[in-house]
Design a protein around this ligand. Structure first.
Ligand code: KIV
Ligand code: ZN
Length: 525
């Protein structure tokens, strides 16, 4: 029988470290539920000590997601490990994942510690985590650039201390496949107690080789592979799980490995991650890109019509690619809408469903065809269950090349309807200035992205903004067939999130400075 390979999905941890991505706990939960449906073995749900948001997200996933192991990341310190344990302890199958760098370059410049000190710290961290839980993963950060003999020593010691999984990351994406495969084979041969733990790899994509390196590692004895959906992650990202999965499947005669994956969930998972994170998938992306199964040239079209395998090595049905993206219209009922949501992988409660259905009806009145993409964009708003401290009642604006842009905004808050008017460089800035006057929480726009959800003149505009309120940075999203209204909604959404974050009590236990410094992502791989 083919040997089993375990998949650790770190979309919610390393993936969430992608520049510009920041998810709230409800969004993380939605993705985690879908990852569980797809059948990943381990969900790395976050880095609990790093921020209150991460802690809450991990705790919520640990409580609600059944099936996969739920891992929380921790540096090799007691404080980090305590926080990780507090967040994951309610999980059916909890895992603490602790890490420490082992390369000389990290030891010298980042940690300023000797090899002996790091060896001891790694061992102590694993022993400490082991007091809480039997499943402990240790990662030797920057393993691929570490001194080989020293790395072997670290691996042996952490296994003796009780590590059940030892992960060897190519943290900076420096390795190439032949070299990385050879590295894994030598580790397997050299470390005497390696058979007592699972050897894992975690490859970054700086040279575009993350999936190739992961495959080479599997060929040489690695049993767990870590990656993210759509390959999102730090810098150039992580190994794309869907590419790894489909290579193992499509070339199974070479690899002869088994996965516990429901392949039909791959496309849905990819779409959901893209729509919730706001990270678009490049059209030519392998496996899940819009063009991955599109045949443009006449010769190819002719070939595929005669026999699909002439130009297709995978079947689009296998990964769950819907045959047609055209869906509902204004005559569609609640039942059909709900079925569509299920098909797209969303599970809304009754209240969310009612709200989403109402918004779908409003949209269907304005737009002839409501596509899957429209519905995803719309539902995404419903799972952002941040209390709406300020709600848009109305928006008026004037603009043009010869007048000073002005906007009047009415927001409903605790004091009822409050109205303000302001000017700005454009109608969006004018409206944001008016909103700042009402909320008393002045924000500055750090990033602004506008996407057309679908094609056509009646397309919905989706605006994603990053807003700084003091030291706090929050993402906001707004959707409308009018782009100014979408921008204003996105800004209000961000301000509501900031108001919510500022008012929440600290649940981490004082480990992180949350008063405005909620982004503690230093020293991460
Ligand atoms: O890339 C890396 O080294 C990491 C570790 C924390 C596992 O993400
Ligand atoms: Zn990483």
């Amino acid at each position: 029988m083919a040997e089993r390979i375990y998949l650790l999905d770190t979309t919610l941890r390393d993936g969430e470290q992608s520049p510009g991505v920041s998810l709230n706990s409800h969004e993380k939960l939605e993705i985690a539920l879908q990852l569980a449906r797809m059948g990943v073995d381990v969900i790395e749900a976050g880095f609990p000590v790093i921020s209150r948001g991460d802690f809450e997200g991990v705790r919520m996933i640990a409580e609600k997601v059944k099936g996969p192991v739920i891992a929380g990341l921790a540096r090799a310190t007691k404080g980090d490990i305590d926080a990780a344990w507090r967040a994951i302890k309610v999980a059916e199958n909890p895992r603490i994942h602790t890490f420490l760098a082992t390369s000389d370059i990290h030891l010298k410049y980042k940690l300023q510690k000797s090899r002996e000190q790091v060896l001891q710290q790694a061992e102590e961290a694993v022993r400490y985590a082991k007091q809480y839980v039997s499943d402990v993963e240790f990662s030797a950060e920057d393993a691929s650039r570490s001194d080989f003999d020293y790395l072997c020593q670290v691996v042996e010691r952490v296994i003796d201390a009780g590590a059940t999984v030892v992960n060897l990351p190519d943290t900076v994406g420096y390795a190439v496949p032949e070299e990385f495969g050879d590295f894994i084979r030598r580790i397997m041969e050299r470390v005497p107690n390696m058979h007592r733990a699972i050897l894992s790899v975690h490859c970054h994509n700086d040279l575009g080789l993350a999936v190739a390196n992961s495959l080479a590692a599997v060929k040489n004895g690695a049993k767990q592979v870590e990656g993210t959906i759509n390959g999102i992650g730090e810098r150039a990202g992580n190994a794309s799980l869907e590419e790894f999965i489909m290579t193992l499947y499509t070339r199974r005669s070479i690899y002869q490995k088994e996965l516990n994956i429901d392949y039909r969930e791959i496309y849905r998972t990819s779409r959901m991650v893209s729509s919730i994170t706001g990270m678009a998938i490049q059209p030519n992306k392998a496996v899940v890109g819009k063009n991955a199964f599109a045949h443009e040239s006449g010769i190819h079209q002719d070939g595929v019509l005669k026999e699909r395998t002439t130009y297709e090595i995978m079947s689009p049905e296998l990964i769950g690619l819907p045959k047609s993206n055209l869906v509902l219209g204004k005559h569609s009922g609640r039942h059909a809408f709900n079925e569509k949501l299920k098909e797209l992988g969303f599970s809304l409660n009754e209240e969310e469903l009612n709200r989403a259905f109402q918004r779908f009806k409003d949209l269907a009145d304005k737009k002839k065809e409501v596509t899957d993409h429209d519905i995803e964009a719309l539902v995404k708003d419903e799972i952002w269950v941040i209390p709406e401290r300020f709600k848009l009642q109305y928006l008026h604006f004037t603009g043009g090349s010869t007048v000073v842009p002005t906007a009047t905004v009415g927001l409903v808050g605790a004091k009822g309807l409050v109205e303000e008017a302001a000017c700005g460089d454009g109608p969006v800035e004018a409206a944001c200035n008016a909103i700042d006057r009402i909320t008393g929480l002045p924000g500055s726009l750090v990033e602004y992205k506008l996407n057309a959800v679908t094609g056509g003149k009646d397309a919905q505009g989706e605006v994603v903004v990053k807003v700084a309120v003091g030291n706090l940075k929050v993402l906001g999203r707004g959707l409308s067939t009018d782009v100014i209204e979408a921008s204003v909604k996105a800004y209000i959404n961000a301000i509501n999130k900031a108001a919510y974050e500022i008012s929440k009590p600290d649940q981490v236990g004082g480990v992180v400075d949350l008063n405005g410094n909620d982004d503690n992502r230093k020293n991460l791989g």
